[in-house]
Design a protein around this ligand. Structure first.
Ligand code: ADP
Ligand code: MG
Length: 366
């Protein structure tokens, strides 16, 4: 069953188009992440789903009902903000049950929900404290608890972990994942952090400039990016995008890297083109992720190169090496246990079963 549907949604602030014809659907129980750089319209979209922001064009459906004009309190949703937005003068307990009281739930129901979720979120020892007496992580738990006790149809999270330090962020991320695994509620979660998006989402919508660039599973977003924006936004370091030409020759398709002369090329084999390529030559980006450049042959699709190492960055669990590939920078990612020397030729293998090819004109995957 579709829990949330957004149809042809557009939104302007004055003359700025913030959302352009957004279409999204999310099945009940799924975890949708809206991912994109700051200012791309994620919060605006979330606020529209919550009913906190008006719509210029399009429709929002919750469970098949058009809720575009329904008051936020009648949408059966709950929202968790980055700033926690707890009432400073109320205790943890009062904060947590506030929504239930507003909704005129019975005393018994309130006690039951409070017990269940304060336990679940490990805040049962903190119920009499004020928000100022809590750490950042505890405050965020209370904010989540306040949303949970109401057992809404849809949970909306707006960058709930961005105010936490790096270690706590990873911990809370796992807790949110466990929470979703257990409760199986529908979630829409906004973040600019790709790792958070990949680890939490069952579906990710990558946005840029108010447009959804790709709406897909984390695996497809990573392995089959729709365009160069997605390829470049996801992955650390991002996918190498090597400039060159795709040329058809007899019954072969070749990639000729820019600056290589015609003599050095890669024969493209077993690549699933989105559609048949009818042009004889095309300016393209040849995309390969740093981890798909191997230091030893791993499979039959690996093709061998000798490239000069320009730079090596040791970061503990791995090392990232920059190579000179016909004067284009190409990055590889290797285990930290192998010895890599800078300014030396190194034997490498590009795994052709893992590549992406993009049209330089449109930046789209071909
Ligand atoms: P994100 O959450 O992805 O960082 P937002 O949805 O907050 O982005 O904002 C998208 C764009 O809309 C930004 O350019 C922002 O400056 C603008 N914007 C957001 N809210 C308002 C507002 N109330 N009035 C005018 N412009 C706004
Ligand atoms: Mg935002």
């Amino acid at each position: 069953m579709i829990a949330l549907k957004i149809q042809d949604l557009s939104k302007n602030f004055g003359s700025t188009e913030v959302l352009k014809k957004i279409n999204l659907k999310i099945d009940e129980g799924n975890f949708l992440v809206l991912l994109g750089p700051s200012g791309c319209g994620k919060s605006t979209l979330l606020n529209i789903i919550a009913g906190l922001e008006t719509i210029d064009e399009g429709t929002v459906f919750i469970d098949d009902y058009d809720v575009s004009k329904v008051e936020p309190k009648d949408r059966n949703i709950a929202m968790v903000f980055q700033s926690y937005a707890l009432y400073p003068s109320m205790s943890v307990k009062e904060n947590m049950v506030f929504g239930l009281k507003q909704a005129k739930a019975s005393k018994e129901k309130i006690e039951e929900q409070l017990k269940k979720f304060s336990n679940f979120l490990h805040v049962d020892e903190l119920l009499n404290r004020k928000p100022s007496q809590l750490s950042g992580g505890q405050r965020q738990r209370v904010a989540i608890g306040r949303a949970l006790v109401r057992e809404p149809r849809i949970f909306l999270f707006d960058e709930p972990l961005s105010n936490l330090d790096a270690k706590l962020r990873v911990e809370m991320r796992r807790e949110i994942k466990k929470l979703h695994q257990k409760l199986k509620t529908t979630v829409v979660y906004v973040t600019h952090d790709q790792t958070e998006a990949m680890s939490l989402g069952t579906n990710i919508a990558i946005m840029n400039h108010g447009i959804i660039q790709q709406y897909d599973t984390p695996e497809n977003i990573y392995n089959k990016p729709n365009n160069t924006f997605v390829a470049d936004f996801i992955g650390s370091p991002p996918m190498n995008l090597i400039s060159g030409q795709l040329v058809k020759e007899a019954n072969k398709t070749l990639f000729i890297p820019e600056g290589s002369g015609q003599s050095n090329n890669i024969t493209i084999k077993n690549y699933n083109f989105v559609k048949t390529q009818d042009e004889n030559s095309k300016d393209v980006y040849f995309g390969i992720r740093p981890e798909h450049i191997h230091y030893k042959k791993t499979n039959d699709n690996d093709i061998e190169f000798n490239l000069k190492t320009d730079l090596n960055e040791y970061i503990g669990h791995e090392q990232i090496t920059t190579f000179n590939y016909f004067n284009q920078e190409v990055l590889g990612k290797f285990p930290s246990t192998i010895k890599i020397e800078t300014n030396k030729e190194m034997k490498l293998f590009f795994d052709l079963s893992q590549i992406s090819i993009f049209d330089k004109k449109t930046n789209n995957r071909i």
